[in-house]
Design a protein around this ligand. Structure first.
Ligand code: 8IG
Length: 270
């Protein structure tokens, strides 16, 4: 007689990862999760001293990081009376590991106790006047991946997905922050100039390759979501120059102190 090994659901896998996380970090529960996107790594030091740092691959369900500027580490940081769970990298949809792998950190954070998540990314900007190195609050999104992290008849409401409360809090910290609609393309290629024009006609202001699937999974899990994009480049066709990954890293380094200050002040208020 054959005996099928039972495969854990994504939610069970996240719960296992959260248990292992608390064992490895010695931190029983985390309060706020942060996912650092392209260009955001230099901002992490402003959040405080790490209580523990582990490799993502030490937790069940995580795979190794693949992009320069993304390190496959998770930091537990004590900030005031809060335990922050900081993912220094993410799995991108374009890696082809499946949507469940993309949102596994989000579900792990929820299982670890986090009631809010800050999703950051580096992206192309469409709005007139935006400059590389400028952080922008995500007000809403358009998901062009053609998929969802949710399977089955679970009709999750995405009204106000990007928390108005948390966005207002960011503006209290920095009233010069602008907002925009983030459009997730599947990648890994950048958009053509025609696709950038399409994104603008659709109502988009930011183009990137992450965040929307994670935000959906976070909302499904009942977390409050804050999305912040770092405009690292003007979207294709807008600057007259080709896009390259180096400008992403440069934008992150030059904006690190502003972004670090913003993140650290916001997490203390959440
Ligand atoms: I950094 O211009 C970064 N990531 N799709 N387009 C897309 N992703 C990006 C871009 C961009 N810049």
């Amino acid at each position: 007689m054959t005996h099928a090994a039972s495969v854990p659901t994504p939610y069970e896998s996240a719960a296992e990862a959260a248990t292992r996380l608390s064992e490895l970090t010695g931190v029983e529960r985390h309060d706020i999760a942060l996912v650092l996107g392209s260009g955001w790594l230099p901002a992490v030091d402003a959040l405080g001293e790490a209580t523990a740092e582990i490799d993502t691959t030490d937790l069940p369900g995580f795979s190794a990081a693949a992009v320069e500027g993304h390190s496959g580490k998770i930091r537990s940081i004590r900030s005031g009376d809060k335990n922050l769970l900081v993912f220094l990298s993410r799995t991108h949809f374009y890696e082809g590991k499946g949507v469940a792998a993309v949102v596994h950190p989000v579900r792990t954070a929820a299982a670890a106790g986090c009631s809010a998540i800050v999703l950051t990314n580096g992206c192309g900007g469409l709005k007139q006047g935006w400059q590389p190195g400028q952080p922008v609050l995500i007000s809403d999104h358009i998901n062009l991946t053609g998929t969802s992290p949710i399977v089955g008849a679970n009709f999750v409401d995405l009204t106000d997905l990007y928390s108005p409360r948390l966005r207002a809090m960011c503006k209290e910290v920095d009233d010069s922050l602008d907002e925009g609609v983030y459009v997730q393309f599947p990648g890994p290629h950048y958009e053509t100039p025609a696709e950038v024009r399409m994104a603008g006609i659709m109502g988009g202001h930011l183009v990137g390759m992450s965040t929307t699937l994670e935000a959906i999974a976070a909302r499904e899990a009942g977390m409050e979501v804050l999305g912040i994009s770092l405009v690292t480049n003007l979207a294709a066709g807008l600057s007259g120059e080709p896009l390259n990954h180096e400008e992403v890293l440069v934008a992150g380094r030059s904006a690190a102190s502003r972004m670090g200050g913003l993140l650290s002040q916001v997490v203390t208020r959440i």
